[in-house]
Design a protein around this ligand. Structure first.
Ligand code: FE2
Length: 191
């Protein structure tokens, strides 16, 4: 097995009530594990057998891309949360957010709107270009800003498996709640 299921630094019930233990166990333990298993099987004896995840996401398509993208996306997703993290960006990331959206509050509103208006399954990303300029990027299905030459910093999963147990069809409520468990120190390290 080349790729392994990442192990978050928090317990399965540590993010409740924003994300319940049941959702973590299903989303991380079943959905992500499934993507990891599929990817490991798919790349055997192919050009991607010894490639790293980012390279596979940039160069593959079809089923390999879908599973590699979802492994990368969920690795970024599950490691950006913390039960007791820093809830506001600071330093140069905070300044870069203000430069584009005017304020952190306005950025949050725009980010939530992007997630609510994404039709079907996908992801909303905060991404940076090679000059450090930030943007909000909507991606369908397993998409990641890497394929557009951008670096993903923060990602909200808007697949129904991310919120349906806890919020049913109320995607907007779920996205609003996620800010309470984002650890901006983790996001700042990616910037
Ligand atoms: Fe997901």
């Amino acid at each position: 097995m080349k790729f392994e299921l990442i192990k978050p630094a928090y317990d399965a019930d540590a993010l409740a009530p924003v994300i319940s233990r049941q959702t973590i166990e299903l989303h991380h333990g079943k959905h992500l594990q499934g993507y990891v298993n599929n990817l490991n099987n798919l790349i055997q004896e192919t050009e991607f057998e010894n490639a790293d995840l980012e390279t596979i996401v940039k160069k593959s398509d079809g089923t390999v891309f879908n599973n590699a993208g979802q492994v990368l996306n969920h690795n970024l997703y599950f490691t950006q949360f913390s039960p007791d993290g820093c809830r506001q960006p600071s330093g140069k990331l905070s300044a870069a957010i203000d430069a584009v959206w005017g304020s952190f509050e306005n950025f949050q509103k725009e980010f939530e709107n992007a997630g609510v208006s994404l039709f079907g399954a996908g992801w909303v990303w905060l991404a940076e270009d090679e000059n450090g300029k930030l943007s909000i990027v909507k991606e369908a299905n397993a998409g990641n800003p890497l394929t557009k030459g951008l670096k993903p910093l923060l990602g909200f999963d808007v697949w129904e498996h991310a919120y349906y147990i806890d919020y049913q069809n109320r995607r907007a409520d779920h996205l609003k709640e996620l800010w309470k468990i984002i650890d901006w120190k983790v996001v700042e390290k990616r910037y």
